[in-house]
Design a protein around this ligand. Structure first.
Ligand code: TXA
Ligand code: MG
Length: 337
């Protein structure tokens, strides 16, 4: 890995900068780029050495598979085999968009991007900069989220630079990500379709198109780092607290050190702590969550308290990421979720 390179900030809305990003990818370099979910750390998926650099830059174990991004569903057959009808139906409904499909890997596709598995994760992102890049590049772009392994995914170019600046050739700036949480991952490679990671495309939306899913989330061993308990973590211990207990917990912890509270409401009493407001509605909350977690983390507080969000299908992905952030940061889950 060239860990001493200068990272160029490219402008995603300039055709000349897209062309520069393509040149870097063709030469085996790394380019972070925006998608509607989070920023990805991209390399030419057909170049094993370039893909290996992704793992080195992130500090990610090499057996953890990456998602290959393609320009449109018509490229599916180059990457996957035995593609079920369900995949075509979902592609027609949700691509471009925040949905990754796990399919059987086509013969001849190098295993580097998929961690040596016989399956492959594929996604057509909808962000106009990702689309422009994929179309100009022509091939598949392997890209995990552009953060160091185990840390919070980046939702703007500055987040990428703060984690990977100096380790990658370029970041294409395309502003803030509209979804803010990683894509839904659906495994269509074996048995009944199963959600491996919840996201903006909910299980209900998928079932509406292809019928019942396997809902036994724990019935199979975790096969994806996204399904490890301790992913997406801030460095500050993060605790999840039911709303009625926020003030009392804040007061209790404030006795031992600085406390930051991330809540969808203002404090009802002078509970202490520094309160940061998150949106009330699920999509907006998901969009802002990682940026707020980063800000909270950067304050150097002793604890971050997060008000447990509501239940319901729109909140499943948020609950999933918060649970992992609690586990990864060494915090405590005081909520029922
Ligand atoms: O929204 C997203 O999905 C973002 C953007 C950049 O597309 N990408 C992302 O990548 O979140 P990453 O590497 O941070 O997470 C990809 C997840 C991992 O949990 C990985 O294990 C899983 O996808 N995955 C990829 N290929 C797989 C496969 N063949 N079988 C099972 N899981 C797979
Ligand atoms: Mg990731």
């Amino acid at each position: 890995m060239r860990s001493d390179c200068t990272t160029q900030r490219l402008n995603g809305s300039m055709p000349r900068d897209i062309a520069r990003a393509v040149e870097i990818l063709r030469a085996g370099g790394l380019v972070a780029f925006p998608t509607e979910t989070v920023y990805g750390l991209g390399a030419d998926a057909a170049n094993g050495q370039a893909v290996a650099r992704i793992f080195a830059a992130k500090g990610r174990p090499v057996d953890h598979p990456l998602i290959v991004h393609i320009a449109s569903a018509s490229a599916l057959r180059a990457w996957a085999r035995d593609i079920p009808e369900a995949a075509m139906q979902l592609a027609a409904r949700f691509w471009p968009g925040p949905l990754t499909l796990i399919l059987k890997r086509a013969p001849g596709v190098a295993g580097a991007a998929s961690g040596g598995l016989d399956t492959i994760g594929l996604r057509v992102p909808g962000h106009p900069v990702a689309q422009a890049l994929l179309q100009a590049f022509g091939g598949g772009i392997a890209a995990p989220s552009a953060n160091r392994f185990g840390r919070i995914s980046p939702t703007c170019a500055d987040h990428v630079l703060s984690e990977l600046g100096g380790c990658i050739e370029a970041v294409l700036d395309g502003g803030k990500c509209a979804v803010g949480l990683e894509s839904t991952i659906l495994d269509l490679s074996r048995g009944r379709p199963q959600v491996l990671r919840p996201g903006a495309v909910t299980a209900g939306m998928l079932a509406e198109v292809i019928g019942p899913l396997d809902d036994g989330l724990s019935s199979r061993p975790p096969r994806a780092p996204g399904s490890l308990a301790a992913h997406y973590a801030p460095a500050t211990p993060l605790h999840l607290v039911e709303s009625p207990f926020l003030e009392s917990e804040t007061a209790r912890l404030a006795a031992t050190g600085a406390v930051i509270v991330l809540a969808r409401r203002k404090p009802m009493s002078d509970a202490g702590g520094q309160w940061m407001l998150l949106p009330e509605e699920a999509a907006a909350y998901g969009r802002d969550l990682y940026a707020r977690l980063r800000e909270a983390d950067a304050q150097g507080a002793a604890h971050i308290l997060v008000e447990s969000p509501p239940a319901g299908p729109d909140w499943v992905a948020v609950h999933d990421r918060l649970r992992r952030a609690v586990a990864g940061s060494g915090g405590i889950n005081r909520s029922g979720s």
